[in-house]
Design a protein around this ligand. Structure first.
Ligand SMILES: O=c1[nH]c(=O)c2ncn([C@@H]3O[C@H](COP(=O)(O)OP(=O)(O)OP(=O)(O)O)[C@@H](O)[C@H]3O)c2[nH]1
Ligand SMILES: [Mg+2]
Length: 197
């Protein structure tokens, strides 16, 4: 395998995957690279796994190619697991990262340091036409900061401090994020599965 299609339109995810697969000499293409535009898929699932499966199977069927889809998000304990599967659209359907960050910080304004635990979750679905879809999960535990710091990454990275670090995910270099991220961890699981099946 020297090329993989990731069924996403999120540039931040594409950059993460380019780093992750580039190390294995595998070229990453996404829905943003296709000549024919692909319609948005409505994410109607209740879980990351359901949404990842929906995206992977729809695109695999449409293009008759093996694809990986990623559904991911941030679960904050003090907000009862929110934003969860609604992470991209937390502050509205236009999917604005800055507005999403502002909404989290506002909702957590009164939450004490010791109660700011959170985790990123990533579900990866590998869909191959005619085969059963494979799903693997990855997690990254940490805390929500009180201000946003850092310019790398995307989404909530500037307000997420991984466990064992005193900087945010957005202050880490791309390769440092990939080494500990929910996406990197899910991909390790998928790679391990591919090697033994
Ligand atoms: O700080 C972050 N670092 C990450 O590493 C990360 N991974 C996911 N997220 C958040 O979760 C949403 C995914 O939602 P999502 O899986 O539906 O993707 P999406 O709608 O952006 O693109 P697509 O893949 O569906 O085309 C994203 O938009 C982000 O808000 C992240 N935030
Ligand atoms: Mg989405």
């Amino acid at each position: 395998m020297n090329k993989i299609l990731i069924a996403t339109k999120n540039k931040g995810k594409v950059n993460d995957f380019k780093g992750l697969f580039g190390a294995k000499n595998i070229e990453v293409i996404s829905l943003l690279d296709l000549a024919e535009p692909i319609a948005d898929i409505e994410e109607t699932g209740q879980t990351f796994a359901e949404n990842a499966t929906l995206k992977a199977e729809t695109i695999a069927k449409q293009l008759q190619l093996p694809v990986i889809a990623d559904d991911s998000g941030l679960e904050i304990a003090a907000l009862k697991g929110e934003p969860g599967v609604y992470s991209a659209r937390y502050a509205g359907i236009e999917k604005n990262d800055q507005r999403n960050i502002d909404k989290v910080l506002e909702n957590m304004a009164d939450v004490k340091q010791e109660d700011r635990a959170a985790q990123f979750v990533c579900a990866l679905a590998l869909a191959i036409p005619g085969q059963e879809t494979v799903i693997k999960h990855g997690y990254c535990k940490g805390f929500i900061t009180t201000t946003q710091i850092g310019k790398n990454g995307f989404g909530y990275d500037p307000i997420f401090q991984p466990e064992g670090y005193d900087v945010t995910m957005a202050q880490l270099k791309p390769e440092e994020k990939n080494a500990i991220s929910h996406r990197g961890n899910a991909l390790k699981e998928l790679a391990a599965w591919l090697a033994i099946n």
